[in-house]
Design a protein. Structure first.
Length: 66
C-alpha cells in the first residue's frame, strides 16, 4: 500500500510534468484564434443548414408517399 507522503510526491511529480508539457504547447495567436473560430462557426452553420435541408426534403417526400 502506498503511504500518504509517497502519494504527495507522485502528485507533485505529475503536476510538474503537466506544467512542463503545457510549456511545449504552441498556443494560437489572437488573429489565428479568431480565424479558427470563424471557420468553425461557418462549418457548423453550413452543416446545420445542410442537414435541415435534407430533413425537410425527406419530410416532403414522406408526405407525398403517404
Amino acid at each position: 500500500m502506498v503511504k500518504s507522503s509517497e502519494k504527495e510526491v507522485v502528485k507533485e511529480s505529475y503536476f510538474k510534468q503537466v506544467k512542463g508539457e503545457l510549456k511545449k504547447v504552441k498556443w494560437p495567436t489572437k488573429k489565428e484564434l479568431i480565424k479558427y473560430t470563424i471557420s468553425t462557426l461557418v462549418f457548423v452553420i453550413f452543416f446545420a443548414l445542410f442537414f435541415y435541408g435534407i430533413e425537410t426534403l425527406f419530410a416532403f417526400v414522406k408526405g407525398l408517399i403517404g
